[in-house]
Design a protein around this ligand. Structure first.
Ligand code: GAL
Length: 621
């Protein structure tokens, strides 16, 4: 089967919730809407395996055949996201345990311990059968491994996890190293044997930060082990088929997606911008840039709601035009697929009030009209690429460590710090790639590090500046090593000479300071050694510029209410002017003008004038 469309378009398709006559209707509408791929079998396990090792593929066979007949590709899921009730009941170790050591029960979804031996065994068997059964099926276009790993069950504290955690630790550190790294002489926490170490369960005071950090790393690796088990089976059987697993947007913190992306063929993610948040377009653009940047390759928008969701406190409808706008935003930021959750709106179950491409009230709805128009529009476009000269540094270890509480200020939230900078580039329409520790930074004129509380042993910054880059770093940086222990020789220790400053203290601000230029949240106490002071207030040094070999290292010791004013003076790269809320993005094939506001705008781009309606767009070839 040939899928002819260049941009993937479709949805999660859960036809098992309807009789087969409805499937025929579905095919008709999918073709009308130009749908070319659907995600199926995501929650299919209970139907496929009715008791241990007894499989029934009759329904999935029919569905795969139907899709092939209709020239619609299947992003075939491995169905391991939610195990059947019998499996949870039969084996003690399947269900996860919370921090109070209470079992978390089945009856919803995605409730399993990532280290359960029986979950692993049954999932492995299922994936093997599915891979072999459908490996040559003409509908198979992509594998969809599990679904949103770690959603709902982010962390498990059970005894099996404790055993696996000890093994994980033993593979990295001796018991002496653990004591040293975690600083266990503090509060009488010293361990003499691995067997004494337990997960950071509920305890009466603050748990050890080193333990908490390593447990986060271990949980991330535990889910990754599950994922890799599936990936390896599928790659062995179908080396030519692309594989993905859908990442979560919404500032998802538990999994180091950069690490994960090394084992993924195509990154995909689920986007649910909050309609009540005026900054949603910026936040959504940020996550697209992040997702594209993991592999510096086209990604897929795997899920979005065609209209309202059902899981916030109040779930207003999207404005007319917004679904098309957000879909185009994804293409403008490098996506090669636009998908929805879900195809047909459920009549039963917890998500019956979540929108779908075919709503409860069918084809006469605005939602139907919009997604149909979107299908036609996407059929005229091709995936395109974004070129960025700015690299925005992102690091999961840093995120995890920074947000350990108690700390100096609970306002130092990693994503807020990232956004404090990203917002400027977004508003100025300056393209940004996210960059990571192992990336080659040489192609970026400027690398911005909103925060590097944790300085890795193999930090790339000295070399980047030495070879001519412009590095900009935000406050509370260079404080701890990879185990969250404060550097012995002072803050910024090993990079002090690069920046030409010493940081000898800080102050967490309870209210903004500053006369002309207000600054807030945090201020470092800086003493320049070789750097120049370029911005200061009565008593605080705010920004310094240091020259190091061929490059420049800038330190911004605080956050400004008007970050744009400061950044525009420091960064030589200029963007494209647009009214607030109108996003302009140039790719190698198109210029996208996206009006995220409820106002009309007249706008000039490359000497031409364009009229934009509220939530309207223009695509210039
Ligand atoms: C996602 C999930 C989907 C559906 C959707 C609703 O997180 O992967 O299965 O539940 O949310 O918004």
């Amino acid at each position: 089967m040939e899928v002819t469309m260049k941009i993937i378009y479709g949805a999660d398709y859960n036809p098992e919730q309807w009789p087969e006559e409805v499937w025929q209707e579905d095919m008709k509408h999918m073709k009308l809407m130009k749908v070319n791929m659907v995600n199926i079998n995501i929650f299919g396990w209970a139907i496929l395996e009715k008791e241990e090792g007894v499989y029934d593929f009759s329904m999935l066979d029919k569905l795969m055949d139907l899709l092939a007949e209709n020239n619609i590709g299947a992003d075939l899921a491995t169905a391991t996201a939610s195990q059947p009730a019998w499996l949870s009941q039969k084996y003690e170790d399947v269900l996860p345990v919370d921090e109070h050591m209470n079992k978390v029960w089945y009856g919803s979804r995605q409730t399993y311990c990532p280290n359960s031996v029986h979950y692993f065994k049954r999932a492995k068997a299922l994936v093997t059968v599915i891979a072999n059964r459908y490996k040559d099926h003409p509908a198979l276009k992509m594998w969809h491994i599990n679904n949103e790993y770690s959603d709902h069950t982010t962390i498990c504290y059970c005894n099996r996890c404790a055993i696996e955690f000890r093994k994980w630790l033993a593979g990295k550190y001796t018991i002496e190293e653990i004591n040293d790294r975690w600083g266990t002489h503090f509060w009488s926490q010293k361990y003499y044997h691995y067997s004494e170490i337990i997960p950071p369960r509920h305890t009466s005071a603050d748990p050890n930060p080193g333990l908490v950090l390593d447990y986060k790393r271990f949980m991330c690796d535990s889910f990754l082990k599950l994922y890799k088990m599936e990936y390896d089976i599928l790659k062995r059987v179908t080396p030519h088929i692309e594989m993905t697993t859908n990442f979560m947007g919404n500032d998802n913190k538990p999994l180091d997606y950069y690490k994960w992306s090394k084992n993924i063929d195509v990154v995909s993610w689920d986007s649910y911008p909050d309609p009540m948040d005026p900054e949603s377009p910026m936040k959504n653009a940020l996550t697209h840039d992040l997702m594209r940047s993991y592999k510096k390759k086209h990604h897929i928008l795997m899920e979005q709601a065609p209209n309202q969701v059902n899981w916030r406190e109040v779930n207003p409808n999207r404005n007319s035009g917004e679904t098309i706008l957000y879909s185009l935003q994804s293409i403008a930021h490098g996506a090669r697929g636009v998908m929805f959750f879900q195809w047909r709106q459920s009549l039963k179950g917890a998500e019956k009030f979540h929108s779908a491409m075919i709503p409860h009230n069918g084809v006469k709805t605005r939602t139907y009209e919009e997604v149909k128009a979107l299908g036609e529009l996407l059929g005229t476009l091709e995936p395109s690429s974004v070129k960025a000269e700015i690299g925005l540094y992102f690091d999961y270890d840093n995120w995890w460590a920074l947000e350990y509480e108690p700390g100096p200020s609970s306002k130092m939230k990693y994503m807020d710090l990232i956004r404090a900078y990203y917002r400027y580039f977004y508003n100025e329409n300056i393209p940004v790639d996210f960059v990571f520790k192992q990336d080659d930074l040489t192609d970026y004129k400027t690398v911005v590090v909103p925060n590097m509380y944790m300085l890795h042993d193999d930090e790339p910054f000295r070399e980047y500046v030495a070879s001519g880059g412009q590095l900009i770093v935000g406050p509370f940086s260079g404080i701890v090593d990879e185990s969250d222990g404060v550097f012995e020789n002072g803050y910024m220790s090993t990079l002090s000479d690069v920046f030409g400053i010493e940081v000898f203290g800080y102050n967490a601000l309870s209210k903004p300071l500053g006369s002309n230029l207000k600054y807030h949240t945090w201020i470092d106490e800086i003493k320049p050694t070789t750097a120049r002071i370029v911005l200061k207030d009565d008593k605080d040094i705010l920004v310094t510029v240091g020259d190091y070999r061929k490059g420049t290292a800038i330190y911004i010791a605080t956050f400004f209410e008007d970050m744009a004013k400061v950044l525009s003076e420091l960064i030589p790269i200029k963007g494209i002017e647009s009214p607030k809320g109108v996003e302009i993005r140039k790719t190698d094939k198109y210029t996208f003008i996206l009006n995220h506001t409820d106002q009309s705008h007249t706008i000039k781009v490359d000497e031409k004038t364009y009229e934009l309606t509220p939530y309207g767009y223009k695509i210039i070839e």
